[in-house]
Design a protein around this ligand. Structure first.
Ligand SMILES: Cc1cc2nc3c(=O)[nH]c(=O)nc-3n(C[C@H](O)[C@H](O)[C@H](O)COP(=O)(O)OP(=O)(O)OC[C@H]3O[C@@H](n4cnc5c(N)ncnc54)[C@H](O)[C@@H]3O)c2cc1C
Length: 379
């Protein structure tokens, strides 16, 4: 049996970034994926993901984001594609909403480029929006979106070009680790390596059953709307946006193609027990709030639904990621529970996991993401 330096279990956003980083540093790595490349069954599909430089959820994310931007730039250079489209990001909400209060704090504490705008100023600049008069807004010029599937495709292609092995449509059914290394059993084969990285997304609780991780799943719907007059809502004419309304928080992406403007609600989402039984259809009330949002905030936009896609959030109780070494196996690194905001971090998560897998430690600050913060999880 061929022996590898590292096995990566799961090749979504985080696993593909990890395999790419491992291959860049010359490690003999293999990635296992139960579906195809950039498939639509997990958490990383739907064309676009927000990225921005300010982060209020925890100050620890700021240095990770700086590094993520550097790594996205390198991936774009190496792939020859602009994977990060910098449109600027408009964030708006009531002045006392957690989003606006959190961003105010973040900008006071960190030297990050931004503009603070009143609702009136934001609407004067972006007349597509109708905002409640008392709302506050921030503009992040570094914000924009990532082309999600393309990021994964290029990471895996570049990893393979540098010698990594990729096994698609091959489910890992068991793994074990001891001081001598790791062994992963799949439906077709067995693989050995010095270390293992588990990046199984919504399937993490299953892949890491022994850890009893406090993860919960949510069903999330992404919606695309065409409109008879697309120009004012197109990339170039409008930034990406994030709006905290009193009935939910919504992200929006300007029109790129015939699919139209994309909207997704970050809040809400039905609880889900098993990612394999996800309801992938559009239920009657799935777009009620999105349509209300369009009526309230984009009143000139006449929505004609062109497409939808159902996706999964994997939540932790504090909505912070889990990135750590397995408490009982130093040669197993895990990354899970990205709680609906992980994609923008994928290449720095990949670097961290490659560090943990090849060196046993990382210089990047991840203490605040450790597994030990959860009571009841094995440590
Ligand atoms: C609707 C929606 C909108 C979002 N918006 C944003 C956003 O704007 N900005 C942002 O930063 N983040 C956003 N996120 C979050 C972000 O997309 C996720 O945090 C990220 O994609 C998670 O990546 P992952 O690698 O952990 O999971 P996945 O990409 O799901 O990857 C896990 C992979 O592991 C594979 N796998 C699992 N078990 C096995 C096994 N036993 N054997 C082999 N393979 C296995 C799966 O098939 C899958 O490919 C959003 C998420 C959703 C759903």
């Amino acid at each position: 049996m061929e022996r590898y330096d590292v096995i990566v279990l799961g090749l979504g956003a985080m696993g593909s970034a990890t395999l790419y980083d491992l291959a860049r540093r010359g490690a003999r790595a293999i990635g296992l994926e139960r579906h195809g490349v950039a498939h639509g069954f997990g958490s990383s599909h739907g064309v676009t993901r927000l990225i921005h430089k300010a982060y209020f959820e925890h100050p620890g994310y700021i240095p990770l984001l700086r590094r993520a931007y550097e790594n996205w730039a390198r991936l774009s250079d190496e792939s020859g594609e602009s994977l990060l489209v910098q449109t600027g990001l408009l964030v708006t909400g009531a002045p006392d909403s957690p989003v606006i209060e959190g961003l105010s704090r973040c900008y006071a504490e960190h030297d990050l480029p931004h503009e603070q705008l009143s609702a009136g100023e934001a609407m004067a600049r972006h007349p597509q929006f109708a905002l409640p008069r008392d709302y506050a807004a921030f503009f992040d010029p570094g914000g924009g979106y990532l082309l999600a599937e393309q990021c994964i495709e290029h990471s895996l292609r570049l990893a393979e070009e540098r010698g990594a092995a990729v096994r698609l449509h091959e489910e890992a059914t068991a793994w074990k680790a001891d001081a001598g290394g790791v062994r992963v059993v799949t439906e077709y084969d067995e693989y050995e390596a010095d270390s293992l990285v588990v990046t199984a997304g919504p399937w993490s609780a299953d892949a890491l059953r022994d850890l009893n991780l406090p993860l919960s799943l949510r069903r999330k719907v992404q919606l695309w709307y065409a409109t008879p007059d697309p120009a004012p809502y197109s990339a170039g004419a409008m930034p990406v946006f994030y709006a905290a309304m009193d009935y939910g928080e919504f992200s929006g992406f300007p029109i790129r193609d015939d699919d139209g403007l994309k909207l997704a609600e970050h809040t809400g989402g039905d609880p889900l027990d098993n990612p394999d039984t996800l309801d992938r259809g559009l239920e009657p009330d799935d777009e009620d709030k999105a349509l209300r949002f369009v009526r309230d905030v984009l009143p000139g936009f006449e929505p004609e639904r062109s497409r939808f896609s159902v996706c999964i959030y994997t939540m932790t109780p504090d909505e912070r990621f889990i990135i750590d070494r397995h408490p009982e196996h130093a040669n197993v690194a895990i990354a899970a529970g990205f709680s609906g905001h992980g994609f923008k971090f994928a290449p720095v998560v990949g670097e961290i996991l490659a560090d943990l897998a090849t060196e046993g430690c990382t210089h990047l600050p991840i203490e605040f993401l450790g597994i030990g913060r959860f009571k009841g999880a094995a440590r």
